[in-house]
Ligand binder design. Structure first.
Ligand code: UDP
Length: 342
């Protein structure tokens, strides 16, 4: 039996593929490379001894998805494949709704048609918006402030309904802010264009691709004036997916929603300082206006992850930045970096 990983060449997907392999599972990876690189699959094959089955499939294509279930003995699905850029989603909402919702419906329909019951879904803490208090637990009200966020909100609802109607067993994982990379430095985050997210931006400043960081907002009601997020090591996050599959294998039924965070909040400036320690010199920055739509503070209540999945994050901010830096230092142009001459 194998786990189908959609979007398995992406940042979180690729790290989850390694964690699944380490748990002894067979993995079938699909990706259409719309926002990822074939070099990520090559790197994955090196990390897992060539054991992956890979198919270049767009999961909005029902015939191609159906063939995956016919050709491979799939008993669970981890569904990552989605567009994820917040600002782009505001400019191209229909493209986001079409792609992200179509992918979720298509994959879920194929599961129902082929009697595959277990699904882990990639959701986001963005569904909490600006919370009334912190930490946020899974019972807090949800919504969205941009089309990307709505595709996660509606994706969750699609799976809740499909679980109730078709007996699927689903874990909806709400990610906080993933950073870091596999300690091998072989796989990591490789955003197209200028990064939107904090740590990829900081790391591109560190390798000289960008001049300096712009810190969005220095007048928040926090101890240093910058906004607070719950940064989680991507390997911890990947292991959370394995824990979710383990829980489903052990008999978890219905549709569960679980936060994947550390329970610890850090400010932007604390991240910038940790990056400076990892890189070995201070990261230049200037404080500019707040970014529209940003929340002031959010971090996770992690008790449900511990009780339902038996999982908790173990890696701290310094390890996240050290591992992210190892990847970026050895791959200054991401997966497009030429291999070093021996
Ligand atoms: N941030 C920043 N400069 C950047 C990118 C992000 O100051 O170039 C801040 C952003 O305002 C937020 C935090 O870093 O407070 C995390 O931003 P990110 O986009 O990584 O995650 P999200 O806002 O989606 O949680």
């Amino acid at each position: 039996m194998a786990v189908l990983v959609t979007g398995g060449a992406g940042y979180i997907g690729s790290h989850t593929v390694v964690a699944l392999h380490e748990s002894g599972r067979r993995v079938v990876v699909v990706d259409d490379f719309s926002n990822s690189s074939p070099a990520a699959v090559d790197a994955l094959q090196r990390l897992v001894g060539g054991s992956l089955v890979f198919a270049p499939v767009d999961v909005t294509d029902p015939d191609a998805v159906d063939r995956l279930f016919v050709d491979h003995d799939i008993d669970a699905v981890i569904h990552f494949a989605a567009f994820k850029a917040v600002a782009e989603s505001t400019e191209q909402p229909l493209r986001y709704y079409r792609n992200n919702l179509d992918a979720t419906v298509t994959v879920t329909e194929a599961m129902v048609a082929h009697g595959v019951r277990r699904m882990v879904f990639s959701s986001s803490a963005t569904v909490y918006g600006e919370p009334e208090r912190v930490p946020v637990d899974e019972t807090f009200p949800t919504g969205a402030t941009n089309p990307y966020g709505w595709t996660k909100f509606v994706g969750e609802q699609i799976l809740r309904d499909a679980s109730a109607a078709h007996g699927l067993d689903v874990v909806l994982l709400r990610y906080f802010n993933p950073v870091g990379a596999h300690p091998s430095g072989e796989i990591g985050e490789d955003p197209a264009g200028i990064p939107n997210n904090l740590v990829p931006y900081v790391m591109q400043v560190a390798v000289g691709r960008l001049d300096h960081l712009r810190v969005f907002g220095g007048d928040y009601d926090t101890h240093d004036g910058t906004a607070i997020r719950d940064y989680i090591h991507v390997v911890d996050l990947a292991e959370g997916h394995v824990a979710a599959l383990d829980a489903l294998d052990a008999g978890l039924t219905g549709c569960e929603v679980v936060n994947l965070g550390t329970g610890v909040g850090s400010t932007v400036l604390e991240v910038v300082e940790a990056a400076g320690r990892a890189v070995g010199h201070a990261i230049p920055y200037e404080i500019v206006d707040r970014r529209p739509g940003d929340v002031e503070r959010i971090w996770a209540d992690v008790r449900r992850a511990e009780s339902v999945l038996g999982w908790r994050a173990t890696r701290g901010l310094d390890e996240m930045l050290a591992d992210h830096w190892r990847w970026q230092r050895t791959h200054p142009q991401g997966y497009a970096t030429p291999a070093p001459v021996a």
